[in-house]
Write a protein that binds this ligand. Sequence first.
Ligand SMILES: Nc1ncnc2c1ncn2[C@@H]1O[C@H](COP(=O)(O)OP(=O)(O)O)[C@@H](O)[C@H]1O
Ligand SMILES: [Mg+2]
Length: 352
Amino acid sequence: MNPHDVEVVDTAPLQVSTDTNDASVGTLLEMQEVSKRFAMSGGFISRRKSYLHAVDDVTLKIPRGGSLGLVGESGCGKTTLARLALRLIEPSSGSVTFHDFQNGPVDVATLNGRQLKAFRSQAQMIFQDPYQSINPRFTVFDAVAEPLVVQGVGNILERRHRVSEMLEMVGMSPAEGFLFRYPHQLSGGQRQRVAIARALVLGPALVVADEPTSMLDVSVRAGVMKLMNDLRRDLGIGYLYITHDLATARYMCDQIAVMYMGKIVESGETEDLLRNPKHPYTKALLSAVPVPDPSYVRPEVEINGSVSAPIDPLDRCRFYERCPMAIEFCKAAPHPGLEPKGDGRLAACYRI
Ligand SMILES: Nc1ncnc2c1ncn2[C@@H]1O[C@H](COP(=O)(O)OP(=O)(O)O)[C@@H](O)[C@H]1O
Ligand SMILES: [Mg+2]
């Protein structure tokens, strides 16, 4: 058996030959009105439970073979949203739909057994910290081969071929030199490459990457980003790419969704959104001047006041307290819906 033939039983790697900039490629994963509330342990005498609205009524689409960037400050709910998209945690409300080529749209919440296993092979995550995401007792081979083992793909020889092929693909060449190394013998950049190889080994249609370069040395960031971009183009994978940095999003993503305190406040085509931001929060994020060099490390933006966690938030615009455009109306009105503001742009603001 040729290593290229190593495939997942009944969920063969998708061969998507599409122009990634073509909007007609359709939707890969869709989140509809998804919320996640975390119950807060109340005070000793307090009977009332408080809830932290980590993700609040989010609707978004990840295009097949395209890249959606989720951008926002630390604590705004990005990681929680990523975990919801992959059903690593259950939503408090709302639905996640995966558009499977073979079976059409499937409600991710209803999957179990074999179907859930198939979904797991199609939708992978790359975590922020390559030091935590790889088992320190695993060799590189063990780490990359594990998804094949879990899915029951190939025999030991086929796995060996497939893992070597993946290592070469992520630039760890010659693969033989890396197969039996342990994580502590690798640099941060190499570990993240191993994590990428592991995420791609089953030929997924969707990869959720949660700030995959933010913990890496500046010197290796650009290389890892370029690799991820090349792999997406070559393999036709859809990305949900999470970052707190707009310059990174600009390099990595066709579309951007800006998140603030659990809410998507603006979304649109990357270049268009960056050239002409409409929501006051996006403007504030951008005010630290976009730098075209993706390896430039931008400190997280400090905007007037600081983000407080949305614990039992009032039903009014989440950005009200920090907004330079707020008027009396905004104070009393509920949080504005994410609505079309022309040219395919969506924004949640009464003032635009
Ligand atoms: N398991 C959890 N239990 C309680 N609160 C949580 C949990 N996970 C995340 N949070 C809270 O939800 C909010 C969003 O967190 P997170 O999704 O990690 O944001 P980001 O990835 O944008 O930094 C934060 O206020 C965080 O403290
Ligand atoms: Mg996070």
